[in-house]
Design a binder for this molecule. Structure first.
Ligand SMILES: Nc1ncnc2c1ncn2[C@@H]1O[C@H](COP(=O)(O)OP(=O)(O)OP(=O)(O)O)[C@@H](O)[C@H]1O
Length: 308
């Protein structure tokens, strides 16, 4: 049987007095799409860089496609694709030229014209890298990561800074890669991205795994009950609103203008929230009763928001 795509046990990585990764365990089967989700500074990039062989672990064991990323670095790099955060290229190189250079290093590359087309880059194929927009540079960097038909790709915040249309193109491509049996490990702090793409989500905070499972498992596990949430102008007096609800309910504003009511949802509490809003001239928009999302799971586990 082939080794897992990634197997990490007790990974520790320190930078001076900062412990970036603090005993992280992760197992990713072949052919799956795993999202490492967490706020800034959680240790996602460091974990990925250790897997790629760019950082040496201080403790723990890391195997990628059954290989040690440091000792077997050269063999491993021929089989993986890497899209680092921020990317990078010779500033004068043209888009198609750059992809062609990377493709030339691969034994059996994908068709570069097709790849540029799929990623919406056909029109800028002759544009120098430095004149591409941030989102176009990101997509070119993704193209470079996958043009060599890797068995496993590491994508560090692949859609950061992209507009929604470009993000869709990337999501479609990642789904197609997965359907072709490629293993994909991506980092993100966009819970929508993790929910939309991943077979498994590993939520990381302070260098540790705090939750791990399929998106639906995570949201179900952490919410037997439906939850009431709504949007309204930021800064409502949540203490006053909580006091107007039946005993035991608590209203929070985890991000400005987003309100969540903790407690079992029933018709009385929905009515009490809307009455209070009406009495205070507050328009409650997107009033929603339903399953929690990953953002709420994270909030519940850490008391903070993913975007913090
Ligand atoms: N080369 C380095 N030298 C010193 N500290 C570092 C280095 N790389 C990372 N760190 C620190 O390690 C911690 C984890 O950083 P890391 O980049 O892995 O987090 P992240 O989850 O990828 O965050 P982001 O979402 O912002 O990319 C942070 O406190 C960061 O400042």
């Amino acid at each position: 049987m082939s080794a897992p795509a990634v197997e990490i046990t007790g990974l520790v990585k320190r930078f001076g007095s900062t412990t970036a990764v603090d005993g992280l365990d992760l197992r990713m089967p072949r052919g799956s799409l795993l999202a490492l989700l967490g706020p800034n500074g959680a240790g996602k990039t460091t974990t990925v860089e250790v897997c790629e062989g760019f950082q040496r672990p201080d403790a723990g064991s890391v195997r990628v496609l059954g290989l040690d990323p440091v000792a077997d670095g050269a063999r491993l790099r021929a089989r993986i694709g890497v899209m680092p955060q921020g990317g990078g290229a010779y500033p004068g190189v043209r888009a198609a030229e750059m992809l062609g250079l990377v493709a030339a290093c691969a034994a059996s590359p994908l068709d570069t014209g097709w790849l540029l087309d799929v990623l919406g880059l056909a029109k800028v194929r002759r544009t120098p890298f430095k004149r591409l927009s941030g989102g176009q540079q990101q997509r070119l960097s993704l193209a470079c990561a996958i043009v060599g038909r890797p068995e496993l790709v590491f994508l560090d915040e692949p859609t950061a800074g992209m507009d929604p249309q470009a993000r869709r193109l990337v999501w479609d491509l990642l789904r197609a890669l997965r359907a072709d049996g490629v293993s994909v490990l991506l980092t993100t702090h966009l819970m929508e991205e993790a929910e939309a793409l991943a077979d498994r989500v590993v939520i990381v905070d302070n260098g540790r795994v705090i939750a791990d499972g399929a998106p639906t498992e995570l949201t179900a596990e952490h919410s037997e009950q439906a939850q009431l949430r709504f949007r309204a102008r930021p800064g409502l007096d949540t203490g006053l609103l909580s006091a107007a609800l039946p005993e035991g309910y608590l209203v929070r504003e985890p991000t400005p203008g987003t309100y969540r009511v903790a407690g079992k949802v029933d018709p009385q509490v929905v009515s009490a929230v809307t009455s209070w809003c009406a009495q205070h001239g507050v328009l409650a928009e997107e009033l929603h009763v339903g399953r929690r999302d990953l953002e709420e799971v994270f909030l519940e586990l850490t008391g903070r928001t993913l975007r913090a």
